[in-house]
Design a protein around this ligand. Structure first.
Ligand SMILES: Nc1ncnc2c1ncn2[C@@H]1O[C@H](COP(=O)(O)OP(=O)(O)OP(=O)(O)O)[C@@H](O)[C@H]1O
Ligand SMILES: [Zn+2]
Length: 550
């Protein structure tokens, strides 16, 4: 058992533990090239300048999925958030990222599920690995440079374990298992979390490890279980060793960035660090550990999880919402914070995206000269654009503060929208297409950078939803117009008879007003021009936006 000095390793408490400071050695500031970004490094519990060995080859290891079931929105959240960070590092800060991601295709959960389904662990894992890759593609997550399957790296893992044994930090047992000896690691254990390994002997009678806190590097095969031969007998790797061995296979003894969800910080990453630093006999294997916060279902403290059966699959989600809506939803909070899933927060992201696409359409129409124009406060807009660019870059350089960056953009769009709406009432006058062209180009480029397309309204709904939704709103607005025209028209009737007729039809007008108000809450703005025309547009995204976290 491991004794934690701070709060235990439950996901939310762990974040507090990370802030408490660590037992292990002091973090060594790496030598190399400064990316210009400050990142929150779990190794120090604070923001540090991100210095990488070479900006043209940033090494990044990402713990990948255990492929025993459908991927859910919790997984989506972690991989989308890191995908956004990867794109920002690449496109804004000029880094060329080499990303390696593990695929855990053999472990207890896979073996158990395969037995339940009466299929081989290999075919079960291959099925869900393929599905995971399809889900990631549907979410527009860029594939890693390489995927690394555990089952294809068994000789490398065995060699890695032999190296740890050779350095005196692991031991094999009579039953054919190998354990990492945490007592040998001493006070160097606890680089990420304030944890002291207990020296108490293993209490379980059916286990032959020396201390309760020692963890498995190699697990002796149980009857009927899939196995590989090794110097210690038939068996399979433990969970943590796979990442140390596979990351080292690609990147050697130095790693710039290592990522995963906050639940992986302890014990998984802590154990990876112990194994790798012993194997490479180095002081600091990974320089930066970044952890993403968990996705929770609203009102539920637990993270969304397959084991807790409180999950929404990525496929189901994408029936209703688009990958761009999910991306924007993820960007509205820091990647480190917990994120609450609810229909209302998703709808809010959807409305914001609709408002942005609507602005781009209007601004484009103005640039083309299809929107009536009057004088624009051009200098003000140029200044706003310049301020926004600086604010966005500063926010992204500050631990990838996407909520702040998005708010800066929404503020710019709000200012531009106000001018656009004001000018559209006045015909004639000087035009200012260049500044609107520059704003369109910048806003589109920002969202393109993080993987969101503003090209058309199609980007906001899942699968086939948007086109149908727009037709429905068109029909509804047309129908409402007919009702209004009927309520207001009094051909051939005058005087008291006219007044009475109007009074009788008053409820129809009230119903039309109520419908307009109801639709406004969904981001749809109906505009009546007398009794002859009704048009609709999407509300300014600013009106649906939330303030960033402080
Ligand atoms: N609810 C969640 N929110 C954010 N990230 C998550 C969530 N659940 C899993 N992750 C992250 O997804 C990645 C892959 O996780 P993995 O395949 O090991 O699933 P898991 O944690 O076992 O999921 P489950 O608990 O549903 O079985 C890890 O980085 C993990 O931290
Ligand atoms: Zn890992």
């Amino acid at each position: 058992m491991l004794r934690a000095c701070g709060p235990g390793p439950g996901s939310l408490l762990l974040r507090e533990a990370l802030a408490l400071g660590r037992r292990g050695r002091v973090w060594q500031r790496p030598q190399g090239q400064d990316t210009g970004v400050q990142v929150h490094n779990s190794l120090t519990g604070k923001k540090e300048p991100l210095i990488v060995a070479r900006t043209d080859a940033v090494s990044w290891y990402s713990c990948g999925p255990t492929v025993y079931d459908h991927a859910h929105l919790g997984h989506a959240c972690s991989y989308v958030r890191f995908d956004i960070i990867r794109r920002i590092l690449t496109k804004v800060f000029g880094c060329n990222v080499i990303m390696a991601m593990s695929i855990t295709d053999v472990d207890d959960k896979i073996i158990r599920r395969a037995n339940e389904m009466n299929v081989s662990p290999a075919s079960l894992a291959s099925l869900f690995e393929e599905e995971f890759k399809q889900d990631m593609a549907a979410l527009k997550v860029l594939p890693p440079t390489v995927y690394l399957r555990v089952t294809e790296n068994i000789p490398q893992i065995i060699a890695f374990i032999e190296g740890i044994i050779a350095h005196g930090h692991a031991y094999s047992t009579a039953s054919g298992s190998v354990y990492f000896d945490l007592q040998a690691r001493g006070d160097k254990y606890g680089r990420l979390v304030n944890v002291v390994p207990s020296a108490a002997p293993e209490p379980a009678v059916d286990s032959d490890k020396r201390h309760a806190s020692d963890f498995a590097l190699w697990k002796a095969a149980k009857p009927q279980e899939v196995f590989w031969t090794s110097p210690w007998g038939d068996g399979r790797p433990g969970w943590h060793i796979e990442c140390s061995a596979m990351a080292s296979e690609v990147f050697g003894s130095q790693l710039d960035i290592h990522t995963g969800g906050i639940d992986l910080a302890f014990p998984h990453h802590e154990n990876e660090i112990a194994q790798s630093e012993v194997f490479h006999q180095c002081q600091q294997w990974g320089n930066y550990f970044l952890h993403s916060g968990h996705l929770h279902v609203k009102g539920n403290e637990e993270k969304m999880s397959k084991s807790l059966k409180n999950y929404i699959t990525i496929k189901d989600f994408l029936q209703t919402f688009s990958p761009d809506v999910f991306r924007l939803f993820c960007m509205r909070t820091s990647y480190r914070s917990a994120i609450e899933y609810s229909d209302s927060t998703l709808l809010e992201a959807k409305h914001t995206l609709l408002g942005l696409t609507s602005f781009i359409e209007d601004a484009r129409a103005y640039v083309r000269g299809q929107l009536t124009c009057g004088p624009v406060g051009e200098d003000v807009l140029w200044e706003r654009l310049s301020i926004t660019k600086k604010a966005v870059k500063a926010a992204l350089a500050n631990d990838f503060d996407t909520p702040r960056a998005v708010n800066a953009i929404l503020d710019l769009v709000h200012q531009a929208n106000r001018q656009l709406r004001a000018v559209s009432k006045e015909a004639g006058g000087p035009r200012s297409p260049t500044v609107f062209g520059a704003i369109i180009s910048y806003v589109e480029q920002f969202f393109e950078t993080v993987g969101i397309s503003l090209a058309n309204r199609q980007c906001v709904s899942g699968d086939s939803g948007t086109a149908a939704l727009h037709c429905v709103v068109d029909e509804l607005v047309r129908f409402r117009l007919k009702v209004r025209q009927y309520a207001l028209a009094t051909p051939g009737v005058t005087g008291a008879a006219r007044r009475q007729q109007l009074q009788e039809r008053q409820p129809l007008l009230e119903a039309c007003d109520a419908l307009r108000q109801d639709l406004a809450t969904h981001g749809i703005n109906i505009k009546d021009r007398g009794s002859t025309t009704s048009t609709w547009e999407l509300l300014d995204p600013w009106t649906t936006h939330q303030k960033p976290e402080s």
